[in-house]
Structures are given as C-alpha cells and as structure tokens.
Design a protein around this ligand. Sequence first.
Ligand code: GUN
Length: 291
Amino acid sequence: MILLDGKKTSSDIKDEIAVEVAKLKEQGKKAPHLAAVIVGNDGASLTYVNAKVKACERVGFESTLIRLSEDTSEKALLSQIDELNNNDDIDGFIVQLPLPKHIDEQKVIMAVDPDKDVDGFHPTNVGKMALNLPTFISATPFGILELLDRYNVETSGKHVVVIGRSHIVGSPMSILLSQKRKVGNATVTITHSRTQNLKKITLQADIVVAALGIPEFLTADMVKDGVTVIDVGITRIEDASKKRGFRLVGDVAFDEVSQKSSYITPVPGGVGPMTIAMLLKNTLLARKRRD
Ligand code: GUN
C-alpha cells in the first residue's frame, strides 16, 4: 500500500508556487492577492479559511480575510462581492461555503466575477471545465487530479466509481476523470444516495472517490484488492481524548480498506491540504491572466 501523501505533495506545490511568486516580485510585478469571505462562526469553516490565509503567507501572496456576522443579509454579502469584483488590487476571491440558510448560495456564486472566481464555482467556469476549456478548476477535484498525477496512478481505461454528486466534488470529479486529459480517460460511474446495489458497483472499481460525507462509509468488503481510494470526507467526531475535543474522520474505514489498497489517501493529510494548494495555483493563474 502506498499512501497518497497530500501533506507532502501540497508542501511541494507551495514551494513551487513560492519560487514563481519570488520571480514575479523580482520582475517588479505584483504578488497575487487572494481574498476570502466568511459569513458566521462555524468552527470547521473558520479553520479552513484560516488555513487558506496562512497558506498565502507561506507562498508570498497577499491575503485579505473578510469576516461577516451570521446575520449578514444577502444584499450586504452581494454588495461585498461587488466591491471585491471591482477592487483592482484583488486577483481572486472565494466565499466560503456553506452559507447561512437565509442566503441563496446560487445567487452568491453567480455574483462573483468569473475572472476572479478561483473556486471555479461560477456557471461560466463550470461550463468551461465541462467542455475541457482552460479555466479555474475547483480546488478539490483539481487537487485529486494533481495527487494522482504526481504518484503516477494510471487512470486511462480504468473504472472510477465516484460516490457523491455534489457540485463541489462528485460532479466535477466525474466529468474531469472521463475527459481526454493527462489524468483522465477513465470510465466513470457516478453514484449517490439513490443508487441501488452500490457495493456491487464499488467492487468493480479500480479507483474509488468517496465524497458523500458519511464517516467510514466505505468498508473493506466494498472494494477489490489493489484498489486506489481517494477519501474526500472530513467529519469532526467528538473525542474527549483529543485536546481540541474532536478527531477528523474520512468517508473511508481507513484501517481495513488500506489493507486491500494499492494507493490510498489518509484523513487528515490527504485531499484537504491539496485543496488549499490548488486554490493557490488558481490564484497565481488569476494574477498572471490579469497582466
Ligand atoms: N466549502 C467546502 N469546500 C469549499 C471550497 O472548496 N470552497 C469554498 N468556497 N467553500 C468550500
């Protein structure tokens, strides 16, 4: 079993980005500037956004964190987005999801200037991605492609089973892996909560991408020997033995599934850190495009 080490790989990518940023600065050019908007006080979301801001510092980007209160109106958030769209100093920005229930997520996503949409969530960018045109590919699927690439995991002709059809991971992952691209050319099956006989399907998978958000859902009896497993899940489970009071658990029962796997991502330290590295990559691309 080979561990797909997202922590190390993301660190390598950040080093590569830092070199590029240093070069830009040497040429008298502006460093990329990422802004992140977060509404409310959800602990996990705050942790993710803070990690994104910290990663900016590490690679020499400028960053701006905009914290808005839980009761921020949709109108006020849209006006904040408008400000960021028109702020020439900002190269790219993200609005951390999920948003409070009184705000229409789709409206917010649509309000972001596609040229600054480094999350790749705007319909224009999703459409370009689906057509295999150059665009911002959303960070989690992009990070998974990069991890498979750097570990030379063959995808061409392989059967990939994606569990989960979210707009952020499952859906784009299934599209990307079926495309004619370096990490792609796979035969993809996308499965979800209404899928019947899921185990029968996952047992046929060369690669499983588990992105449904149910801790330890994928068990050893559901996969064949030699499978590659990508675990996108990251759920906080209460654990009094931990200093912070919880531990992070993926969608894969790692201890048993890893025994049958050729390659597998750990949680934490797998897909999560890759997501951040690819957000930085998209922000660097946004900066370069604006020159
Ligand atoms: N919430 C969970 N994943 C993401 C992500 O990649 N971007 C944003 N903006 N919110 C998220």
